[in-house]
Design a protein around this ligand. Structure first.
Ligand code: 5HY
Length: 251
C-alpha cells in the first residue's frame, strides 16, 4: 500500500519530520511518500495562507492519482482543500484535524486542541463544528507560537506547548489533548508521558485511518458532491490546472 502525506506548506524540514512521524505508525508494507508542493507559503497561519496552499496541494493529489497512490493525508491542521482533494482523487483523503478530533472522541469524554497562533483558533472551531465534533471539544487554545518556531532546534517551543497542555487539563475539564499543528507530531509521545493523558497527533491518526480505509477497499464516492471536478478552461496563472475534458481520473 502506498500512502502520500502532503505537507501543504513548503518547508522541507517540516515535511521530513511529518514523514518520520507517519512512518513510525504505518503498518509493515505501507510505503509512506511525504512531500510538500514547490509553490505556496512556508507556513500556514491564516485563511490567506491556506487559500494559497491549496493549488500546490491539488497538484500533488493529481500527481498521486497518476502514480496510483492508495491514499492521502493532508498534513496541516486546517485541513486545507480537503473536499477539493476528495473531488480530484478516488483514493481516500483524510485531513489531520478531522482524524485527530474523531480519534480523540473515541478515547475520552472531551478534548482540548492546543495550536500555534491565536488567530488560527477560529479555523479549528469551524472544523470541529463541520465535523460534528464541537460537543466533544472542551476548548481550542493557542501557545502564540509561530509554526516555524517548532522547527528551530533548542527553541522553547516544546516547553510552551507543554505548558499550554497543562493549562488545558487544569482549566478546560478535558481528558484528552489534540495537537493543533503537524509540526508538533514529534512531541506527541513525550507530551503524553509528561501529562499522563492521551495526546493525539493528527498525522499518526490520519495515516492509520487511511490505511484502514484502503485495506477495507473503501474509496471516495464519485456520486454527487465529490464526483470528479467539471472540466473547464482556467485562465491566467492557473491555466495549468485545467483538467482534460475527458478527465482520465473520472474513467
Ligand atoms: C499546520 N500550519 O499544521 C498548521 C498549524 C496551524 O503550516 N501546518 C501549518 O497553526 O494552523
Amino acid at each position: 500500500m502506498r500512502v502520500k502525506i502532503i505537507n501543504p506548506n513548503t518547508t522541507a524540514g517540516m515535511t521530513a519530520k511529518i514523514g518520520a512521524a507517519a512512518r513510525a505508525v504505518a503498518r509493515p508494507g505501507t510505503d509512506i511518500v511525504a512531500v510538500n508542493p514547490a509553490m505556496g507559503p512556508v507556513s500556514i497561519e491564516s485563511h490567506y495562507d491556506e487559500a494559497l496552499a491549496v493549488p500546490g496541494l491539488l497538484q500533488e493529489i493529481a500527481a498521486g492519482e497518476r502514480a496510483g497512490m492508495d491514499g492521502y493525508v493532508i498534513a496541516c491542521f486546517g485541513d486545507p482543500g480537503l473536499l477539493a482533494a476528495r473531488e480530484l482523487a478516488r483514493a481516500p483523503v483524510v485531513g489531520i484535524a478531522e482524524a485527530a478530533m474523531h480519534v480523540a472522541s473515541l478515547i475520552g469524554a472531551s478534548f482540548s486542541v492546543v495550536t500555534t497562533l491565536d488567530r488560527t483558533r477560529g479555523q479549528a472551531w469551524h472544523l470541529a463544528e463541520r465535523y460534528g465534533m464541537k460537543r466533544f471539544c472542551a476548548n481550542v487554545r493557542a501557545c502564540e507560537l509561530p509554526v516555524l518556531e517548532l522547527e528551530v532546534p533548542g527553541s522553547n517551543a516544546r516547553q510552551r506547548v507543554l505548558d499550554e497542555c497543562r493549562r488545558a487539563l487544569a482549566e478546560d475539564g478535558c481528558d484528552v489533548i489534540v495537537l493543533g499543528c503537524a509540526g508538533m507530531a514529534d512531541l506527541c509521545r513525550e507530551l503524553s508521558q509528561a501529562l499522563g493523558v492521551p495526546v493525539v497527533d493528527g498525522v499518526a491518526a490520519a495515516v492509520q485511518l487511511v490505511e484502514s480505509l484502503a485495506a477495507l477497499g473503501l474509496r471516495t464516492s464519485k456520486r454527487g458532491e465529490l464526483a470528479a471536478p467539471i472540466a473547464k478552461p482556467l485562465r491566467g496563472l492557473l491555466e495549468g490546472f485545467t483538467l482534460p475534458s475527458q478527465d482520465p481520473l473520472a474513467a
